[in-house]
Structure formats: structure tokens, C-alpha cells
Design a protein around this ligand. Sequence first.
Ligand SMILES: [Zn+2]
Length: 390
Amino acid sequence: MKRKILFWIFGVSYVFLLCWAFAPVRQTIKLSVLSLFGAARSKFSAVPEDIYLSTFQPHAELIPVSMNEPLQPRFDVIEFHGHLFADRFGDPPADLAEQLKKGRIRYFVDLALFTSTLKDYQKLVEKTKQENVIHFVGFNWKHLRDGQSEDFGQAMARDLEELAKAGVRGVKLWKNFGLIEKTKDGKLLSMEDPRLDPVWDVCAKYKLLVAIHTADPPAFFRPVNQFNERFDELGRRPEWSFDSPDVPTLDDVLAQRDRLFKRRKDVTFVALHFGELAHDLKRAAALLDGNPNVHLDIAQRIDELGRQPFATRDFLIKYQDRILFGTDGLPDYKKIKIYWRFLETTDEYFDYYPVGGNRKGVWKIYGVHLPDSVLKKLYYNNAARLLRLQ
Ligand SMILES: [Zn+2]
């Protein structure tokens, strides 16, 4: 008899534990027990215990007091961080002129970093057929990669000088410079390598603006796990993670870049993506204070800036002569209007990406409502001055 009871206790416990292992069953058991004591509204509520983060798209129940999505920017704009991608894939979009007009974009800077020879530049200009598009070009890294000559800097400088003579106004550097590009001996090319001096000399001589993208947000350099605030983004694009022993740390690469800014005071730089410091405005301020030859653009960083709107507003007002407008990519009305909303309005708690677009992490942003005098500089005047437009 005793054995029979023990057998039943053991059997029931076993089945119970087995069921408990399944979340839906576990939830039903919990609700059933709680409802027995009158503590649950319904024992049949369908409340999952866990859902995938990628499917977590909560609809905010907040009814905002202010909703002022602008349909046009208040003033004309220079898009300083555009890409037509025509130096890599196909042609510029057929409706480019129309798109520029829609966004009040008077000039569009096409950061065409894959264009690094005169021949390619001429092809690009021919393809674009749009007078208000200003193509920036890249350094010709082929000279470094083919390992033919120790004088890769001289060879790169020759290509760049030809482009400068043809009327190019600026250069786009990508994060391959500092994080990926290696010299013949297999070592990473330091951003301060003196062999690049001839190239910087050309930038200084022809007043080429250097738009430089170094690194990525700090979360890209951290382990991609449950503590990473950009898990959404990195889970979707694992190849963007720099959490690897072969890659310099974020601080290392930014320190190298900052020493370059100091070493080449005769070159004007635009540190793209807010100089990778949109998450740390004190450090961004120190960068600008210590380097009068450096400016910042806001491309792809309203997500960071918009989560501390008071500090950002103060920063943008204080450094109003040093910030440029940019969004990164083709003119995209759905995306650009979020930038206008961020810069111009007092709207609160809205998405930094278009409906159906990709989230970087689970947060929302707030508008910084800049004064008109600052907006004009940020949208247009600062870039016009640096690009030497009227
Ligand atoms: Zn870009």
C-alpha cells in the first residue's frame, strides 16, 4: 500500500514537472491555481512567458500632446552625408531631381568613396547629370593593397591630386582606415602613419574637405548578448560586430584619429556620425574644443542624440557653427522627415526609424526644437561655408 502511494506521488510529480517544463502549460497551471483563489481574472488568458525580441514591437499607448511631423524642412538643406551608390551599383535613381526637391535639398553631397581615379570620377559625373550633386571621392587604397611600392602614400597622393585638379571638393574615408586596412607586413595601417603625409598634403593644398567615418557606436565593440543595447541590430547584422581580439578597441581607434586631427591641423575634417560620440556629449565637446579643424555631422545618430534632448539641444546651440546636416544614403523622404521632426519640433517619444524600418535598440527619441537661426546653420550655412558655395 505504502509503495503504491509512493509510486503515485512519484508518478504525479514526474508528470507535473514534465508539464512544468513547457511555458504555455506552466502559464495555464499558474493561472488555474491563482484563479482557484480568485486572484486571476481568467484562467484562460493567453499570456506568453517569453517572446522573441525581434517580434517585440510594442504599440505605445501614450497619446502625445504635441504631434508636429513636418512635411518639409523649415529651410533649404544641404545633405552632407548622401550616397548615390552609383560608383558601385548601377545608376543614380531616375527620380533623383524630384526627390531632392521634395526634401528641399539644394545640394546633395555624394560620398562616393569607391571612386578614386580620375577616370572613375568622370564616369560618375557623366552618370549623375545633376549639377547640385557634389561627389566626394576616396583614397586609392589599391596602391596599399597591391603591395607594389613602399611609396603607397605618394601613389595615392598622385591620384588624389588629379581629382582635386578636376574640381573635386572633398574626400570620404571609411572605417576600413584604422580598423581594416593593412600594410604589406600584415600590420594594421595606423591612421597616423607618416607615409600617408603626401595624401594629407594634397588635402591641405587643394582645401579638400575630409569626411571621415571611424568606428561605430560603442555597443558594436561589446559582446553581443543580453546586455548589449543594440542586440536588435547586431542580431540582424552579426557581421557589424567588432567584438574581436583582432580589431583595435573603440578608444584606441578614436585616439588614433584624434591624434591625426591634431597632427594635420592644416586639413579640415568632418567627423561623420557625430564623430562616433553621440552617446557621450562631454567627449564630443572636448573633441570640438580641442580641434578647431573638426566638424561633426548628425547622420544616423539622431537615435542617440534624441534620447537626451535637453543636453543635445544645448550642445547643438553651443556648437552651432560646427554641425552639419546629413542622413546617410539616398534621398529618402520617409527617413529625412524624422530628422526634421527631431531638429524642429517639441514632439516626444517617437521612433527614430520609419514605419517598417529597422530598429537599433528598444528606445524612442524626443525633438530638440532648435531656434531658426541655429537650424539655418545646421541645415545649410555651415556646409555651404565648408564647401565654399555661395
Ligand atoms: Zn555613409
